[in-house]
Design a protein around this ligand. Structure first.
Ligand SMILES: O=P(O)(O)OC[C@H]1O[C@@H](O)[C@H](O)[C@@H](O)[C@@H]1O
Length: 268
């Protein structure tokens, strides 16, 4: 996989006619263009690249806390930190974030993000290692913003029969009875124990989504009303993306000293 340094902030990846762009801030995938030349990720034109704020769009890495399920800042700190580019291993670009039990979090850890690219697929793997001498629990996600033509035409298939927590309606519990998830208003759901591959249907376009290691799938679109209060989205942006997140949100992972955990999402 030939790699070029895009500037001090980003790494550009190229393979088999496909490309991806990864910001060191958050090890954040900003762009994924398979060999057919069509961008698959949404990135807000109003996102702030100040080296501190979370980037709106692409693939934010959520660790060590999903949402507000704990005492840390919403969605944890990994997306707000500078990661190190470690080079290419086994065809994947590798990024690393180390914690030494400092101000962010009292637990030493190493987080590693591996990004693999082929003509048609993007594979993102998050590895967490407990490098301290006490156990810690964490939640995490790959918060993928997939670009769509029109949210009203979008369906997510593969979740029928799965139980979900409806975060947009007070965390009430439901079972997905419809064959596909459609979007008419704010949608914010944590589907648990998802095993089947998913398909994003966007008009005539289809995208496959698979995951391993992560037990949950979060499906999020803010809808018009909530989106109007999100400063780093342009008017109408909510119609141009859906987040399908490979997540470990409902049940934290308990990692003993010296243990490793791995979760992966593949698109394409
Ligand atoms: O605006 P943020 O912090 O990036 O979060 C976006 C959304 O992320 C989703 O994962 C959550 O389920 C939503 O509740 C949340 O609003």
């Amino acid at each position: 996989m030939p790699i070029t340094a895009f500037d001090t902030q980003c790494i550009a990846l190229h393979a088999e006619g496909a490309s991806a762009l990864v910001a060191l801030h958050g090890a954040h995938v900003l762009s994924w263009i398979p060999a057919d030349g069509r961008e698959r990720l949404f990135l807000s034109k109003r996102t702030v690249f100040d080296g501190r704020a979370a980037i709106r769009g692409g693939i934010p890495v959520i660790f060590p806390q999903f949402g507000e399920r704990g005492a840390l800042r919403k969605h944890g700190f990994a997306r707000n930190c500078g990661w190190r580019f470690m080079g290419v291993e086994c065809g994947a670009a590798v990024f690393e974030l180390r914690g030494d039990g400092d101000v962010h979090w009292p637990y030493p850890f190493v987080a590693c993000l591996r990004i693999g690219l082929t003509a048609t697929r993007l594979a993102v793997t998050l590895e967490i290692e407990n490098t301290g001498d006490t156990a810690f629990a964490f939640t995490a996600a790959l918060h993928t913003y997939l670009g769509v033509g029109d949210i009203a035409q979008v369906r997510v298939e593969g979740l029928q029969g799965c139980d979900y927590e409806d975060s947009a309606n007070g965390g009430t519990l439901h079972r997905q009875s419809d064959y596909a998830v459609a979007f008419v208003d704010e949608t914010d759901r944590i589907y648990s124990d998802v095993v089947a591959p998913l398909t994003l249907v966007d008009g005539t376009q289809r995208l496959g989504i698979e995951q391993q290691g992560f037990t949950d799938v979060v499906v999020w679109n803010p809808g018009a009303r909530l989106a109007s209060g999100i400063a780093d989205l342009e008017a109408g942006d909510w119609q141009r993306f859906v987040c399908i997140e490979a997540a470990q949100a409902a049940q934290p992972v308990l990692l003993q000293a010296g243990e490793q955990w791995q979760g992966r999402q593949q698109l394409g």
